[in-house]
Design a protein around this ligand. Structure first.
Ligand code: AMP
Length: 281
């Protein structure tokens, strides 16, 4: 596996691969890698000649400087995991100047309104920051296919929209949420949970499965009441639960035919924010 720390040497690598007509599968990350990230490379490996990942903690998508500072940085460990996976041909670990040569600014995009729902409502400008870094990475990596986790479903939809508005010839693939044995969605934040908290957090996935059972059987307000009740009885705070149209990401309060729905949940366990979602069948 090749490791590139600057734009110049990485561009030369890309040009050489393009010269050989290799198809490129790309999965960007912010590091602190775990099995959820590896599942993106597995998907990419199946459909491309070479797999490229990047590790870059992007300052412009953080609203809070403290969160940016606190973000786990485990680069040596990440490189080991990438190598050991045997799935990745090259990793790009740029510096801020390689991504933002003209100064650190976020571009403004029109994502058609999905940027203002859910995670966007709580974090103004967040998805402009995500768009800015992913656009720049796409221009440098020039992938044929790019892979994003359904764990961050709204982000996946934003990236699909980004490719559409910029008219980029890149196919975006969503990868199913990779879960711990107890159903908790795998995340670098899970390291901050105590053993008891981790066990208790399985209620999030259990709840989503119940919601799927209740889907189209009882009304949405009733489902919401039941979910609130579950978390009232637990030592964790439900930040939001909603059922939304998968396309618009707008919350709905009744179901109609021919629409795909997904349940979204955010729970705060002590100081750890846990996010999850599930397609309703
Ligand atoms: P991050 O490093 O957290 O920015 O995540 C990089 C990519 O990995 C994003 O596309 C995430 O959605 C994806 N990802 C993170 N955790 C998981 C998971 N548990 N299952 C699937 N994809 C994930």
């Amino acid at each position: 596996m090749q490791v590139f720390y600057d734009r110049t040497s990485f561009s030369q690598y890309i040009e050489s691969q393009k010269g050989l007509h290799k198809t490129i599968g790309f999965a960007p990350t912010m590091g602190a890698l775990h099995a959820g990230h590896i599942s993106l490379y597995e998907a990419a490996k199946k459909e491309n000649d070479i797999v490229i990942s990047s590790v870059f903690v992007n300052p412009t998508q953080f609203n809070n400087p403290e969160d940016l500072e606190k973000y786990p940085r485990t680069i040596e460990d990440d490189i080991e995991k990438l190598k050991n996976s045997g799935l990745v041909d090259a990793v790009y670990i740029p510096g801020v100047e390689d991504i933002y040569p003209d100064g650190m600014r976020r571009k403004h995009y029109n994502f058609g309104g999905i940027e203002n729902e859910m995670e966007g409502a709580a974090r103004p400008g967040h998805f402009d920051g995500v768009g800015t870094v992913v656009e720049e990475l796409f221009r440098q990596v020039q992938p044929d296919n790019a892979y994003f986790g359904e764990k961050d479903f709204q982000q996946l939809k934003i990236i699909e929209k980004l490719v559409e508005v910029l008219n980029l010839d890149i196919k975006i693939h969503g990868v199913a949420i990779y879960r711990e044995d107890n159903g908790l969605a795998m995340s670098s934040r899970n390291m901050r949970l105590t053993k008891q908290e981790k066990e208790a957090s399985s209620v999030i996935f259990q709840t989503l499965k119940k919601v799927d059972d209740w889907f189209r059987v009882i009304s949405i307000p009733e489902i919401k009441d039941r979910v609130s009740e579950i978390f009232d009885r637990k030592d964790m705070a439900l930040e939001y639960f909603m059922i939304a149209d998968e396309k618009t990401l707008k919350e709905v309060d009744f179901f109609s035919e021919d629409t795909n729905y997904r349940a979204f949940i955010v729970v705060n366990m002590d100081k750890v924010r846990l996010i999850d979602n599930m397609h309703l069948t």
